[in-house]
Design a binder for this molecule. Structure first.
Ligand SMILES: [Zn+2]
Length: 429
């Protein structure tokens, strides 16, 4: 039994009560499994993260190791039956899953017998995926479908051969959200699925995925994107949109995104709107949009702190906050600036390292206070004052005894106290 539906011939019995032809596309309803995405609607605004979603492994940003493994695996035709991609939000887990699905099911000129690491983009399978209506590639949102019944539907559908591509592929996003019974129901099929079935999981919390599931998958950690790479990507996307962006504006977006491509593109979406109709994205626009801060201002605060000038540091911090910068963003910027200074000192064996590390400890202790404070700006200002006062203390190295200690003194505390003006050595004698 078979039926002609749209552009693909159904090669196995399909329960008609579960499928329906809608606008020329086969869609599934009355079911928790849904075909990948929705039917693309022309003329609608598409956000940048969707518009520029990578379509092959070469386009992936900052995931070279994973891309190299997948490329080799596909080229050598040594393809695991289950993959798990994990990492923070917005770094390309689902995108990588879809690219892999595209590679697995690319049929080339129709005679291609194996998966391709460079999908053609023109075969029926590739086109169907581009149009978000591939009937063999199903995306399952475990965040909203957590029950065992949902998994049983997947398991039941694995018995059917693919309709259009080479494999029937189940992409389960946020897989850690599945219930314990759902995981258990999945185990046997995941251990030894039919040859035409592939599972691709994605999660932001791999620690919540049972070991029994992890051991049946090949796992890949996707990395947060480095700020420099993300900033360059922002400039590239802006150029493709025929919009110019100041370098510092791109840098601030990259910093604010915290390694997430999707977050960075969302911010870029916003600032493009706010820059209309000038087609120039300025640093000022970005700061107003996201509550960011100029790097030069952050560096100036740190310079004032290190110079032991709390008044100047506080005044500048207050001015930056008043201009719209979120206190936590400024705090985070100070941490990053101090971290970079420490890293530079380590490379140069700078004698100021111990004092910088002490300031770092103070900042770290204030991080939790920032998170729970009703007025985080107060914590920030207090931290700036503490840091500036602390920085004015004598350097630890200067307190160390480098020459002959006072006669009769062999106690380290006594030795240090002798170097502090006003300290009474006799109190510790
Ligand atoms: Zn193709």
């Amino acid at each position: 039994m078979g039926q002609e539906v749209g552009w693909g011939a159904v090669r196995h019995p399909v329960p008609l009560q579960c499928y329906e032809v809608y606008s020329g596309h086969l869609v599934e309803y009355n079911s928790h499994i849904f075909l990948l995405g929705s039917v693309a609607m022309s003329g609608h605004y598409v956000v940048l993260s969707r518009k520029y979603r990578p379509k092959d492994l070469d386009d992936l940003i900052g995931q070279e190791v994973t891309a190299q493994f997948l490329r080799t695996s596909l080229d050598e035709n040594k393809i695991p039956h289950a993959f798990l991609f994990h990492g923070i939000r917005g770094i390309g887990k689902t995108t990588t899953a879809r690219i892999l699905a595209r590679c697995l099911n690319c049929m080339g000129d129709g005679n291609q017998s194996r998966a391709a690491s460079s999908p053609c983009g023109t075969c029926k399978s590739c086109v169907a995926l581009d149009n978000d209506n591939h009937m063999d590639i199903m995306e399952f949102d475990a965040a909203s479908r957590t029950g065992v019944e949902d998994i049983r539907e997947i398991i039941e559908s694995t018995q059917y051969v693919p309709l259009l591509g080479r494999f029937k592929i189940f992409i389960i996003d946020e897989v850690h959200m599945l219930s314990k019974s759902a995981f258990n129901a999945l185990l046997k099929t995941l251990e030894e699925p039919p040859p035409h079935v592939k599972f691709i999981f994605a999660t932001t919390e791999m620690n919540k995925v049972p070991e029994t599931v992890l051991s049946r998958c090949m796992t890949f950690q996707l990395n947060p994107i480095h700020e420099t790479k993300l900033s360059a990507y922002m400039r590239d996307i802006a150029a493709r949109e025929d919009i110019s962006i100041e370098d510092e504006a791109a840098d601030i977006i990259a910093t604010e995104a915290g390694g997430s491509v999707r977050d960075a593109l969302s911010i870029l979406d916003q600032v493009i709107m706010l820059s209309h109709p000038s087609k120039v994205i300025t640093t000022e626009t970005v700061i107003k949009t996201i509550g960011g801060a100029r790097q030069c201002d952050i560096d100036s605060i740190l310079d004032l702190i290190l110079a032991g000038k709390p008044d100047g540091a506080v005044q500048l911090a207050e001015r930056i906050i008043a201009s719209g910068c979120a206190p936590f963003t400024l705090f985070s910027g100070l941490q990053t600036a101090l971290y970079k200074m420490i890293a530079a000192c380590v490379k140069k064996s700078n004698s100021n390292l111990s004092n910088l590390l002490y300031l770092w400890q103070i900042l770290l202790k204030q991080t939790e206070n920032m998170k729970v404070a009703d007025h985080p700006e107060h914590v920030l200002i207090a931290a700036v004052v503490i840091l500036a006062h602390t920085a004015s203390f004598p350097k630890i190295e200067d307190l160390m005894i480098k020459d002959t200690p006072p006669e009769g003194s062999d106690n380290l505390i006594q030795k240090i106290l002798t170097r502090i003006p006003g300290a009474d050595v006799s109190e510790v004698m």
